[in-house]
Write a protein that binds this ligand. Sequence first.
Ligand SMILES: *Cc1c(COP(=O)(O)O)cnc(C)c1O
Length: 480
Amino acid sequence: MPHTPLASNVESEYRRLPALDALLRRAEVALLVAELGVGREAVAEAARALLGEARAAIAGGAAAPAEAWWPAALAARLQEQEQPALRRVINATGVILHTNLGRAPLSRAALHAAANAAQGYSNLEYTLEAGARGSRHDHPRALLQRLTGAEDALVVNNNAAAVYLMLAALCAGREVLISRGQLVEIGGGFRIPDVLRQSGATLVEVGTTNRTYTEDFARAITPSTAAILRVHASNFRQLGFVAEPPLAELAALAHGGASGRKLLLLDDLGSGALVDTTRYGLAPEPMPAASLDAGADLVSFSGDKLVGGPQAGLIVGRAALVDTLRRHPLARALRVDKLTLAALDATLRAWAAGRAARELPIWRMIAAPAEELLGRAAAWQATLQRSGFAAEVWAGESAVGGGSLPGETLPTWLLALLPAGGVDAAAAALRRAQPPVVCRIQNDRLLFDPRTVAEEEEPLLLAALLSLLAASTAAEGSSS
Ligand SMILES: *Cc1c(COP(=O)(O)O)cnc(C)c1O
């Protein structure tokens, strides 16, 4: 509010506030209602809220806003209210599986499948051949069998749910052996020891933080041991004097080697690559088929990490065990909805048809050649320079992220900006842009990585950058 009048003016300031009806009848407001397509009641409510705030401000000594202020303030308030809670964001950070920004963007085919399933009715739990009740669990089975060689498969809400279900359904009341080097926190408070406790299983720690041997597991087996759990160290890497037993050795032990007892071998892979990641210049990431081949009874992995699909927890392995999971009451609580099943089906189909690298956004980003990224960063620089703004192109690194391939980076090219007024204020302004832009701050520069920016997002990104630079230059000019 413009200025602070004397207290004696309070009554006259109140009188300068428009009446609600008069405000709603103003031509600018009527236009606004038509433009935003909001109902009269919503406009009236926003106007009432603004009037209430203005009254409170006057009581605190402020002046009444000018007449011209009201329609603009009302428009801003309504636009704010019309924003969906979950908004599209431009990810210029170069972190491909950015957990805070929603991990894997879906392919066109997956989007189309989800929209199609959502738009009408579907055969979610209905067999069209028999015209009888079916199971939602039947849909992803065949593709997951084909892609991993598993006897059977089950899909639940996410990989955290998959691990929890395996432990609760198969190990509750009994002991589960796990290496001390794998008692990890995945992020967002998902800690393996806590999940084990919640599932009703008893955690038995084996070995040491840096070195654990098959012998350590063998010595820990008791009559109440149910399983050996291996957890992939997704988001960190141990270097130096370290050892973990190969999965095949654990399988031999679990399946009646030295102990003479049958234990389950459960393998939580985290990301679970469906392709050999070394083909992309990355470190090897464990593959579900290889785990099953090595003797794991059940393998779990995420749908929205390196699989590149919707959030889901994929469990593959022995048919009898998968069946036990499917019949457990928790399976109902952890089940996926039709949108997820449709999007996952389209994603797995791309893998099965050998189209994943071309079709799935995260794999296109991983595979983007450095010279293509250099071309895009240079084109962004040229666009800004044509409008009179300085920008640089720097060599840098993109990350796979999302609890996959820790420390693994891909060489990239970055647009680097040094906005007047400081990087923090500029980054905050970009987060307020429409759509919001999230970037990296490093060496006192804003860095924008083309790898995670879709080509159709480029005009929006450049518009946000141009308006940021114009605003910060104007502010600089007026303050000097
Ligand atoms: C990411 C991860 C999880 C959790 O998976 P969500 O799909 O995020 O629930 C569990 N275990 C490991 C090893 C992981 O990397």
